[in-house]
Design a protein around this ligand. Structure first.
Ligand code: COA
Length: 167
């Protein structure tokens, strides 16, 4: 039986930390779907729109043959059912992620007991990394090239140039 997993997130933008989790998860499951959230939590207003985030992630992960990038909105467990995924993958960077992640995993298990959440320990090199940190450095004109794929740098530059904001 083929096992399909979903790695969901806002990916605003995808960082090398996310890429590391996606690469490792792609080796563990037959198929991996990167689920890019169309309506992230109320606390977040994405810098990149959904189409951009899907497009960027698709290019970055194009060499992984069993990985597919898809947008989703609404409940994650409903999306999981629609693509016949039985596993949700989440990366854990530090103990600080643990409480929130266990809470979400509990909610998702309650909503759909058939879907199991699997945690992958994020690379130790990037435990400090987050999409917000990347955005902050990018918008303030710092060097964030160690943290993202070159496509992300190109996209930031395009949007910053279009907005006419000086760095
Ligand atoms: N490397 C670098 N950064 C990482 C990381 C890693 N390995 N793992 C997580 N992060 C960072 C992200 O960059 C992000 O940083 P930010 O807050 O600065 O943007 C943060 O950790 C968490 O983001 P992410 O992993 O993208 O998850 P999220 O919290 O944005 O997304 C969803 C959560 C979309 C999966 C969740 O809200 C969801 O399932 N929504 C659908 C609605 C639903 O089903 N709700 C019921 C369950 S609560």
């Amino acid at each position: 039986m083929r096992v399909t997993a979903i790695y969901p997130g806002t990916f605003d933008p995808m960082t090398v930390g996310h890429i590391d989790v996606a690469q490792r998860a792609s080796k563990m499951f037959d198929d991996l779907i990167i689920g890019v959230a169309g309506d992230p939590s109320a606390k977040k207003t994405p810098f990149f729109n959904l189409e951009e985030r899907v497009d960027i992630a698709g290019e970055i992960l194009k060499d992984l043959p069993n990985v597919k990038v898809m947008p989703f909105s609404g409940l994650l467990v409903k999306f999981a059912a629609s693509v016949e995924a039985s596993v949700i993958v989440r990366g854990l960077r530090a103990i600080s992620d643990f409480e929130y992640e266990v809470q979400i995993a509990g909610v998702n298990r309650h909503l759909s007991p058939k879907v199991e959440t699997v945690f992958i320990a994020a690379s130790q090199d990037y435990t400090f990394l987050s999409s917000s940190i990347v955005k902050e450095i990018a918008l303030l004109g710092g060097d964030y090239s160690d943290f993202v794929h070159p496509r992300v740098i190109k996209e930031f530059q395009r949007k910053i140039d279009a907005s006419g904001v000086e760095q």
